[in-house]
Design a protein around this ligand. Structure first.
Ligand code: RIB
Ligand code: CA
Length: 327
């Protein structure tokens, strides 16, 4: 059964890898909506069309959206994703025209046309989603569930000491999303950092002749170098693919509910998701209560890696496989 979803992204290398994952594993991309974030929105929109077209998904409409955050200047992340957002790999951009409407208006229209049927998967800053909530206060009742790549609960950030990039890029938007009365899962750094590829998996992707693996290897090269500074070997973290994987197969992980707020005022902590987990406080029980989010407790990383490699057409090799012995 294909999962019908709206995919809100800032494509971006790992956003592109998520599109590849979803195309192989049963995502029905009803629409892709694009936000500023890794790159300016025009660049991210073009990248989204380019990746979808490479995957043979020319039928998926792509809508451009917010060009800047709600309450701070635009900041982008070319140092991680390359000037063109796809690792400066000289991928030929698709010439397909974008669909005309504004992303937030499209999210509202599709939700109204399909009440209770669509999942919303957001892997960039949450500006489009926040605007959609402002346009249609009933949006939480119209959307089946929300899965977000974002946050760093109890671990260091990646955009600042304590803030994860997607929240840091638009903290006010994230607070609007947390305050909405819907079931929202935040797949944060506390769990996505576990998805770093092994050196062996990177080599398998790089040596594969499958066109999907070659495309991925091309765009990932820049990303691998960027992550080498943190991990000490050429790897990358699969933030956005994991979020989409959990939207498609929630049973790959276990979850818990927590109260959460976004730090909006701190001069060095703005954009941090602060989750109040003091022992004497009651554990939330209603996933749709405003201010309550779902976070990941633990995830089947081996199962996810197998699925990720299969999406690129790469058969998994056993780590430290024994050489065959002669009889
Ligand atoms: O922090 C990781 C997130 O920031 C990912 O969604 C990546 O694409 C960037 O947007
Ligand atoms: Ca992203």
């Amino acid at each position: 059964m294909k999962l019908p979803l709206i995919f809100d992204c800032d494509t971006g290398i790992d956003d592109a890898l998520a599109l590849m994952y979803g195309a192989h594993h049963g995502a029905n991309f009803v629409a892709c909506t694009v936000t500023h974030g890794n790159v300016p929105v025009e660049v991210g929109s073009r990248n989204t069309v380019t990746v979808l077209d490479f995957l043979g998904k020319q039928e998926v409409p792509v809508f451009s959206g917010a060009a800047r955050p709600l309450a701070q200047p635009l900041r982008t992340a070319e140092a991680v994703h390359g000037e063109d957002g796809l690792g400066d790999a000289k991928i030929t951009p698709s010439a397909r025209a974008l669909s005309g409407d504004q992303a937030a208006a499209v999210i509202v229209r599709l939700a109204r046309e399909n009440p209770g049927k669509l999942s919303l998967v957001a892997v960039g800053p949450l500006t489009n989603i926040a605007i959609a909530l402002l346009l249609e206060p009933q949006l939480p009742a119209l959307i089946k569930n929300v899965v977000i790549m974002g946050g760093a609960v109890g671990v260091p950030g990646n955009a600042s000491a304590v803030a994860e990039a997607n929240i840091w890029h638009d903290p006010e938007a994230a607070q609007v999303v947390i305050d909405a009365a819907w079931d929202v899962l935040f797949v944060g750094l506390e769990i996505t950092l576990q998805t770093a590829l092994t050196a062996q998996a990177v080599r398998q992707i790089e040596k594969s002749t499958d066109p999907r693996a070659q495309f991925a290897a091309n765009i990932m090269d820049f990303y691998l170098e960027s992550y080498e500074k943190s991990f000490g070997y050429r790897t990358c973290v699969l933030h956005d693919p994991l979020a989409l994987a959990l939207a498609l197969e929630p049973q790959l992980a276990e979850y818990r509910l927590v109260q959460a707020k976004v730090e909006l005022r701190g001069s060095i902590s703005r954009g941090q998701i602060v989750s109040d987990q003091r022992m004497f406080l009651p554990t939330p029980t209603n996933p749709k209560a405003p201010g309550v989010i779902r976070i990941v407790q633990n995830v089947d990383i081996a199962g996810f890696h197998t699925r990720f490699l299969s999406a690129l057409g790469v058969p998994e090799e056993q780590e430290n496989a024994q050489a065959p012995t002669s009889p």
